[in-house]
Write a protein that binds this ligand. Structure first.
Ligand SMILES: Cc1cc2nc3c(=O)[nH]c(=O)nc-3n(C[C@H](O)[C@H](O)[C@H](O)COP(=O)(O)O)c2cc1C
Length: 220
């Protein structure tokens, strides 16, 4: 067993980056990132993961597709303009989706969660290889026309896009990385069914932005 806390530094230093520029991972680096996605846990070996790479000129086609979907949803013009611009300033987009097997003994939620785990594995790999990325959804991820354009017919569906590239240098005066949450506000040490005061305490611990004192281990 390794006990050096530094082993986890690459994992613990990950943060999402929305301001991206070239280069995007390609070749062997991109292969490693995709392999990391395919390492996600998967109940029943259903292999629900589907990754759609959108790069180069294909980003223009995605831009048109997202803008058309936004218009169909009657989104405000300013939002459509933002949607249209986003793929063009993103070096690489990976549409991450789940090929859902309806009626299977493995519940659909688990198939979706596996695709989410693949997205997370890829985000970590992107960071560990020195690139940067961010998981983005928004209305387009849930839009049936966008899903169909990327090859997902219900019940299969996108779980989001990974925006990938290299982090732009922060502009002077920009805020640093957001502080990570206090783990005491998110973790309880369960030792039996919760009730009364302990249950209320635990509920507060599960509310991320709730400013509560650290939850002490219960029944101690
Ligand atoms: C499923 C999912 C969807 C997200 N969708 C968006 C999004 O559409 N727009 C956005 O600004 N952030 C979105 N986020 C949040 C960012 O990916 C990121 O987690 C957040 O900015 C916090 O940064 P951090 O990962 O460094 O903590 C989403 C996160 C998840 C897990």
């Amino acid at each position: 067993m390794h006990t050096s806390p530094h082993l986890l530094d690459p994992l613990l230093s990950r943060q999402s980056v929305g301001a991206l520029e070239d280069p995007a991972p390609q070749g062997a680096d991109l292969d490693l990132i995709l392999e990391a996605g395919l390492r996600a846990p998967d109940h029943g070996r259903l292999r629900p993961w589907r990754f759609v790479l959108i790069r180069g000129d294909a980003r223009m086609a995605l831009s048109d597709c997202l803008a058309a979907a936004g218009r169909d949803r009657q989104a405000p013009q300013a939002q459509i303009d933002r949607i249209r611009a986003w793929p063009l300033r993103t070096p690489l987009l990976i549409g991450v989706g789940a090929q859902i097997r309806p009626g299977h003994s493995i519940p659909e939620i688990e198939q979706m969660l596996s695709a989410g785990a693949a997205a997370m594995n890829m985000l970590n790999a992107i960071h560990m290889l020195g690139y940067a990325g961010m998981w983005v959804t928004g209305a387009n991820t849930y839009d049936p026309k966008v899903n169909a354009a990327l090859g997902f017919q219900a019940p299969s569906r996108l779980v989001g896009f990974l925006a990938v590239g290299t982090a732009k240098a922060p502009s002077p005066g920009a805020a640093g990385p957001a502080a990570r949450p206090d783990r005491h506000a998110h973790v309880i040490d369960w030792s039996g069914p919760l009730n009364g005061k302990a249950a209320a305490q635990a509920r507060r611990a599960r509310t991320p932005h709730c400013p509560v004192a650290p939850v002490r281990p219960m029944h101690s």
